[in-house]
Write a protein that binds this ligand. Sequence first.
Ligand code: GLN
Ligand code: ZN
Length: 774
Amino acid sequence: MKTNNLGYPRIGSNRELKKANELYWAGKISPENLLAAGSTIRKENWQLQAENGIDLIPSNDFSLYDQVLDLTLTLGAIPERYQEFARTNNSLDLYFAMARGAQKDGQDVVAMEMTKWFDTNYHYIVPEFTKNQKFELFSTKIIAEFIEAKNLGIITKPVLIGPVSYLLLGKEKEDGFHRIDLIEKLLPVYFEILNALQKEGAEYIQLDEPFLALNLTDKERNAITHVYNEISKKFSSLKIILANYFDCFGENLETVLALPVHTLHLDLVRCSSQLDDILESGKLDNSVNLSLGVVDGRNIWKNDFKKSLALIEKAVTALGENRILVAPSCSLIHSPCDLDLETNDATLTPEIKQWLAFAKQKIQEVSLLKNLASENISVADATQLEANIVANNNRKTSKLIHNEKVKNRVASIVESDSKRNNTFATRRQKQAEALQLPLFPTTTIGSFPQTAEVRSWRAKFKKGELTQAEYDALLKKETEETIRFQEESGIDVLVHGEFERNDMVEYFGEQLDGFTFTKNGWVQSYGSRCVKPPVIYGDVSRPNPMTVKWAEFAQSLTPKWVKGMLTGPVTILQWSFVRNDQPRSETCTQIALAIRDEVVDLEKAGIKIIQIDEPAIREGLPLRKEEWANYLEWAIKAFRISASDVADDTQIHTHMCYSEFNDIIQNIADMDADVITIECSRSQMELLDAFADFKYPNEIGPGVYDIHSPRVPSNEEMVHLLKKAASVIPADQLWVNPDCGLKTRHWDETKKALIEMVNAAKKMRVAASHLETI
Ligand code: GLN
Ligand code: ZN
């Protein structure tokens, strides 16, 4: 039996990578400094895994920004618009220009599109393909990192996204072909990579094909068969580990079982029945090993050893010890780094802490499981097993978890709780009268720049260096300045700026019962952005109002409308570590009731426009289509429960970003928010294709500029996008807004961009008054 790890967090236990990247972008450290920060993290990760008994240690799981972008560079799939930039800049700057866009020395390139990695909150950079796409070995990062580890005395298992999934992760940038048709052009570069790795002494290679968890077409499935047969023909002595995760193989299982690979990795957390399916099929070739993903790479709960050992023992009985690997379910980049760094008993009590395991602990669990599944168990390991059983039992029966009141409230929900009093048509009229907004009303998504200064206040407040009154006074000043800027620039619906919030989920979690927090439980979201998801360990309820004070304060400063800002139940669920002892739908409904109480309190405080952000609704979709309907039903209902207890003339907004919405547009309409603001600027309003056939019933603000890039767009660009929008959506349904919150931006670019945006709206109003149709 061996231990196998699929990937280790690359941000560093103390977010060293984030810090180094941001210093580099600010011009404060050299390229050499940045690269050195990366190699320190890699070294620590490799050594940690080696010391903790991992046999197959991954390499190339590190990335400065994103592993898909790394692969795009490795394969030389650099879009045309970066060619000029590539000629005059170093490869690091080219890499970051593709990731983030760049304005430099008169050059102005926009970033590549970014989207969510399957059903996670990790975002990857979407490859772009043309019909005559060429591939060449452009970056040798994967080989360099293998050598780097070898020089440290560690022979790693290079990890690479498989060719079929790589193509499927991308997008066709012109008509007339399907990206899977590029496979023949792509394969030779993979061969080149495998060849180089083999020459350097690689024995195992992990190829990730997570699309095997999705519904594939015959053509895509055939591509899988073709690719792995070709690889096996050419590299008969390389041990290929084909990794699938996040769901079952489903109808792809037959194809997978016929592949000539060395090992199949299974995600037995998301799909525990997969092992039986495979063993009972009788179709697993005698030469194929199984890597059993029993330790949850997506959550923070301590493994249930008894359960995992039962699975491992079943596999060992059927196949023999030598054919079994023990592993986490997926890459650990979705887990925080190290529970040992959680030393603050006040935030994370010892009782809860004993139920948890982060990446380092998961590595230890994997090793321990291997030991426990072998013939001779040491006394020390047996003690660990005992401790695991005790901790899991303690969690099941803990008083911290169960709240009867909450359970009863969920049980007594009735149909009308998820319905507004009247239809949108009626509400719209009442809202128009009450709110008196112009055509093409302008607004923002909520947050304004969280400057280093603002963050330093919070840090000082947490350390006790600022009193509550001092901290509040600083935040009030910042809020007031933000209100003034919005008034001066002519924005119609204002926001308070969210300066009091660390994170849109954590802020709420901190005020809800049933949640707890980590001090250092960071997980990469995209590039240098990390999130620290709260831990939902028990029944959720809202002891006190959470946002009313700030909303009231901001509204008191201005005669214009200030939007109340909330995070929706699905997003809170999706971006937290969720308890695994009850269905997600149950937890989501509990959160919905808590948000509902907050919405009602905001309305009572005179807030007429309330935004309930649900950026994560799309990413919560199960990977397999057959499970969509069930998810959408409870998720949309949860949103509606949170939004429905208000008067007709209270306007409910929602916001969504970074997803493909076209396939769930009907469900988004079913949420029945009065206004939705939605991301689409990076993909040049591709979203609007959906509106050609689908008449979106309510009001909508398709984002007119990309806030994930420091680039300042011109008003002409935004007018262009708005005209595109107005060609498929009636002008009187359109709002004008950026595509997401502004908290990661600097004030300077934010101000310029918003002034341009208001100008764009003004131009649209003029155009609308001159023409019947725009
Ligand atoms: N209101 C949030 C903000 O502006 C929304 C963020 C998001 O969509 N991710 O920061
Ligand atoms: Zn957003």
